[in-house]
Structure formats: C-alpha cells, structure tokens
Design a protein around this ligand. Sequence first.
Ligand code: FE
Length: 198
Amino acid sequence: MTDRRHLPTTPAPVAQRAAAIEAALQAHGLPAADAIEQGLHHAEDVWLPARGARVVAKAWADAGFRARLLADGKSAVAELGIELPKHHRHLVVLENTASLHNVICCTLCSCTAFTVIGLPPDWYKELEYRARIVRESRSVLREMGLDLPADMELRVWDTTADTRYMVLPLRPPHTDGWSEAQLAEIVTKDAMIGVARL
Ligand code: FE
C-alpha cells in the first residue's frame, strides 16, 4: 500500500501542479516547453470558431458542399484546409431545420471537434451541463437563453473519443444575397454547439 502521509490533504493550485509536471518531465530529459508553446499557439491562434464559421457559411452558400459535409464531415472540412487529429475518426455534422434542433455535449468529459469549432467553453466541461443537458434539455437551453417552441424536435448528441459533432445552424432568412464572408461573421461557437440559434 502506498504511504500517503507525505501528500497534502488539499490539491495544490493548477499552476503549481503544471509547473511540477513540467519540472518532472525536464528531469527525465523530456523538455515540455516547446510542446506547451505549440499547444498555446494552436489554442489561441489556430483552433478558432472562425474556422467552423467558414464551414457553415460555405454549406449555406454551396449546396454541393453542404451535401458533402453532411455525408462525410471530415473530408469536407479538409477541402477548406481544416484537419482533425487522427483520433477524431468521424466528424458528424448535424443539420438544424425549422422544426429540428440539435445540441451536443460530452457526458464523460469535454470532447468537441475543437480544430473546427474551437476549444470547449468552461460551462461545456461542467458536470451540471453534461448531466442536465441530457435529462432536462429544454430547461437547460431555456436557462441559456434558447427557448425552443414545444413542437420543435430536439436531439441531444453525446460525443465520444472518435466521433465528434458540430451543429449546422439554420441560415437566418434575412441573409439572402450575403457573401460567404458576411455569413461567416454571424456564426458563433454557441450556435455550432447548439445552445443558440441564429
Ligand atoms: Fe470528452
């Protein structure tokens, strides 16, 4: 049995734990600084919801692309130069309509198609959202500002390690004639998770 007497009773702050892990890696000849730098760069400059917004705008403007996106999301976003990590084997795109709304979650932890829609918001990772969006979906959406009509069908999708989802929002009616760039401006991360409609 491990002797735990030397361990503190409360966990150290996250920053202190991260620094300890980095020091331990360094001590084993595995410098983490480059990987951390690269991770930060991706999180702050590359994995932005603007990428998903481009995908949505193109799907709205180009029926052929929308069909390919709904058939095989991963290869369709690759047309726009967006790669998914190898372990994201499938990108399933869920199309909202006037009578159907989709919302995604990860009941286990925090999985998203983060290279497409951006990293998950803090609330997405909270136990409260993960548990309640499945059991009390309409109430949770209402609390988040989305009051769905009673006759609108609602589907909740639980992400797995290898199957990632994004919601394709319904194109707002007032956007006729807009360019793809203009359309992309109005697409939000919340709408691609499904806790908002546009
Ligand atoms: Fe997860």
